[in-house]
Design a protein around this ligand. Structure first.
Ligand code: GLC
Length: 809
């Protein structure tokens, strides 16, 4: 029988009508408003808010007034001072004093953004939406355009020619280039133009619903699309890439200092199945002298995957186990997933239901989805009470001596829905401003990690917690480190982990890394060796492997691979003062810890898409081996003089060199002029080892370094309890000088002894003078290594070490 459905309008609408798009149209009127400026068009309007820090927020809105609430990604911002308005025959122009300018085309309502000096940043091409309100902005690009950021995406460093979606997804399929969305969604696009001005700007789309960035479809424009029509954009002025990254950090936050132990090497496995196995791994690490700080507990530690429980058979005495691990210098990080097992006898579930903490449909029914424990409920972290409750539940772990938590499956991943996530019609309470899951999907993981971080911080009473997360949105860096999910033991994934971590760093997430060795698939010893070499210099350094794969600890593949892992993880621990200081730089500026060469050498046309090598900080250049059976590779050294870290060989930059790389060697270079602080080898970050810090200075160029020191554990640094010393190396008029100054002196830890090792000195200096401190012990020049070593006492304050050499210009 036919019903009236036969004549449903959808069956009759012309295809063209369905495809029709709408535009703002002629802009009839504009006005100054509280937030800045509003422009009213025929079919929609724009609101402009100029921010003090060289940024402008541009919001498309329908109706009389815009909704200017931001998502939790955006921190409170200061507005720019005076905004002046001008009208020309073509445009309305709003200009913020000392900031950016926005021109809105009077006929079409399309906007462009300029720098104060008139240079174009974002050149608007079109802005339209379809009948479902999916809205798209397109903006100009050209042959000099390169794109970076976008958080955790597959592919190479430069995203030109690619299209990606923002929709947090649990992707167990291999992470290949056509996977458009992974676990994280960071809708920050950095547009950089090489040649000419070399200017960069960023566009951040503050929309945690489904969105897309398309740098593929058109040769002359890129597109940013918000499925929910939420075009809430922030254009961040450069002009340099570093400026964009810093401005983005001003908008969405900087990472807090992690506890020092969390910077150490971490060993994981899905799963270390019981207490004996965990203790065995810990003992083996120490016996074999493989430095390590953390052992992970994956889902098998729980009682039938109920979070905040222990499996009574596998882990009968968790407190006792923790005590033994602590004595050996290990921390434990257990996994905590969002799914709470639906079980009327499980207090967490019962309380969550009783108090209304779980996500619900509008009609009131709790959303239940299947994950590891079977049918499960999911906390609504947009509800402050629920988030606090969740955070406080972590006291359970704190009581066991645990200070770090691993958040997984928090896209959220759901096994039994067609979408593989929470139904989009679940309604998040959001403090009385409800949002559907479809609108706020990408925030779920970040709000879980926020609740976790804050709960742990409350419970730890002043100690810094560590949280690791799989899912996240812009701003996740304020709460958690990010690992890049279920990669595979493929050489391609080792290679891809570099651009992925680099782009995460350009997207605010400095503390990131892949599963070293690869999660699923079977790793070869050679792959583990090569991946550990590279991973030892990544900010987050964890080896993890899946349940159905062979074990992947450093000793599994025999002595040769074990020795390589020991050597490179040892290097990480020796360089920890360098790494730790880079973490502080990230905390104070938002700049990444590992960097594409592009960030330091933006004018070098060779590095726009260079991502098989990376910089740790500014001065250390790593060129990992990314293919099996490879014992040499080409390495690009940017301008300046570079020194082979292993041999001291001096190399002119601005060219490719061929590096020899037997399995034991990852090519590594230091910029001449660099100052690298090094500590004696430790087996874990807090191990008390005698011996001073060595400042390795690499002569032949100039440079400086800020060494950060604090207790490594507390939030004291936030109130000034840290020491920041600046060391500068200059070379002029036959004199080379290391000068030390104290930028901030709020930490009592001992700093009096320092060893200074100046390398790349062809001859012993004819004179060495130290002022402001005393020499302790004998000075030594090693002619073979070309290194002069000077031991200094009373090195905590200002001092100068000058080397003179006759004949040196
Ligand atoms: C997910 C995680 C993986 C973890 C596994 C079991 O696949 O990404 O790291 O080991 O779940 O918890």
């Amino acid at each position: 029988m036919l019903t009236s459905e036969t004549i449903h309008p959808d069956r009759n609408d012309k295809r063209e009508a369905r495809a029709a798009v709408h535009r703002i149209g002629r802009v009839a009127r504009w006005e100054l408003a509280e937030e800045g400026v509003r422009l009213y068009g025929e079919k929609a309007n724009l609101s402009l808010t100029f921010l003090a820090d060289g940024a402008v927020r541009i919001r498309l809105f329908f109706g009389v007034a815009p909704d200017l609430a931001t998502t939790p990604a955006v921190l409170p911002q200061t507005k720019a001072g005076a905004v002046s308005l001008e009208e020309t025959a073509r445009d309305y122009r709003a200009v913020a004093a000392g900031g950016v300018a926005v021109a809105v085309d009077r006929e079409r309502g399309i906007f462009s953004v300029f720098r104060a000096n008139g240079e174009t940043l974002l050149a608007g091409v079109d802005l339209f939406w379809d009948r479902d309100r999916s809205a798209t902005l397109t903006a100009g690009m050209d042959e000099n355009s390169h794109f970076y950021g976008l958080g955790e995406k597959t592919g190479f460093l430069d995203k030109k020619g690619e299209r990606y979606e923002m929709w947090n997804s649990d992707v167990y399929e291999p992470h290949v280039p056509d996977i458009s969305a992974l676990y994280q969604s960071i809708p920050l696009l950095i547009h950089f133009r090489s040649g000419g001005t070399g200017a960069a700007y960023g566009v951040f789309l503050d929309d945690p619903g489904r969105a897309a960035f398309d740098m593929r479809t058109s040769p002359d424009r890129y597109a940013i699309q918000s499925e929910n029509g939420n075009l809430d954009l922030y254009v961040l002025e450069g002009p340099t890439l570093k400026d964009v990254v810093k401005r983005y950090a001003g908008l969405t936050g900087k990472p807090p200092m992690p506890p020092r132990w969390a910077i150490g090497y971490q060993q994981s496995r899905y799963s270390y199945m019981n207490e004996e196995e965990v203790l065995g791994i810990a003992r083996t690490m120490r016996e074999k002298r493989i430095p390590c700080d953390v052992i992970y507990l994956d889902i098998h530690y729980m009682d039938e995957y109920r979070v905040f429980t222990w499996d009574p058979e596998r882990f009968p005495d968790p407190k006792g186990m923790m005590r033994q691990l602590k004595e050996m210098g290990f921390r434990v990080v257990p996994i905590v997933d969002p799914g709470v097992k639906q079980d009327p006898k499980y207090p967490v579930y019962v309380e969550g239901v009783r108090e209304g903490y779980f996500c619900k449909k509008l009609e009131g029914e709790t959303f239940i989805g299947n994950v590891w424990p079977g049918p499960s409920a999911f906390t609504d972290y947009t509800d402050e009470r629920a988030a606090k409750w969740w955070g406080d539940l972590h006291q359970f772990y704190i009581d066991h001596g645990i200070e770090g938590i691993w958040n997984d499956m928090n896209e959220p991943s759901v096994f039994n829905t067609a979408s593989k996530t929470m139904d989009v019609d679940v309604v998040h309470a959001n403090g009385g401003r409800p949002k559907t899951h479809g609108e706020w999907h990408n925030l779920y993981g970040m709000l879980m990690s926020k609740a976790t971080y804050e709960g742990m911080a409350r419970g730890l009473g002043g100690e810094r917690p560590f949280v690791l997360t799989r899912a996240g949105y812009a701003g996740i860096q304020r709460y958690a480190a990010v690992w890049t999910g279920d990669n595979r033991s493929y050489w391609e994934h080792l290679a891809m982990s570099i651009p992925m971590v680099l782009n995460l760093g350009l997207s605010g997430v400095a503390f990131a890394g892949p599963d070293i060795g690869g999660f699923s698939h079977h790793a070869s010893g050679e792959l583990v060796a090569r991946w550990t070499q590279a991973g030892a210099l990544f900010p987050f350094c964890r080896n993890h492997s899946a349940i159905d794969t062979p074990h992947q600890e450093p000793w599994v593949y025999g002595e040769r691979v074990e020795a390589i892992c020991r050597e490179y993880l040892g290097l990480r621990y020796r360089l920890m003062p360098y790494l730790y200081s880079l973490f502080y730089e990230a905390t104070s500026t938002g700049l990444p810890i590992v960097r594409p060469l592009l960030l330091e050498y933006p004018e070098d046309a060779n590095v726009a898409n260079l991502c098989d090598q990376f910089l740790l900080g500014r001065d250390l250049l790593a060129a990992p081996i990314l293919r099996p059976g490879t014992t040499a590779r080409s390495v690009y050294l940017p301008e300046g003089v570079w020194l082979d870290f292993w041999t001291g060989e001096r190399l002119e930059g601005g060219r490719f060199v061929l590096a020899q790389a037997p399995l034991e060697v990852m090519p590594l270079y230091v910029r001449a002029g660099a100052i690298l602080p090094e500590q004696p080898l430790r087996q874990h970050a807090e191990e008390a080892v005698e011996g001073p810090t060595t400042l390795r200075v690499y002569a032949g160029g100039e440079g400086s370094f800020r060494l950060f020191e604090d207790d490594g554990r507390t939030f004291g640094y936030e109130s000034g309890r840290y020491r920041l010393r600046e060391f500068a190396w200059t070379e002029a008029d036959g004199e080379r000088t290391l000068s030390a100054s104290v930028v901030h002196d709020g930490y009592e830890g001992d700093a009096s002894e320092l060893r200074i090792a100046v390398g790349n000195l062809d001859r012993e200096p004819s004179s060495v003078q130290l002022s402001g401190a005393e020499e302790s012990g004998a000075r030594h020049y090693d002619a073979a290594k070309k290194v002069l070593t000077v031991s200094v006492r009373g090195a905590g304050g200002e001092f100068r070490l000058s080397l003179q050499e006759q004949g040196l210009r």
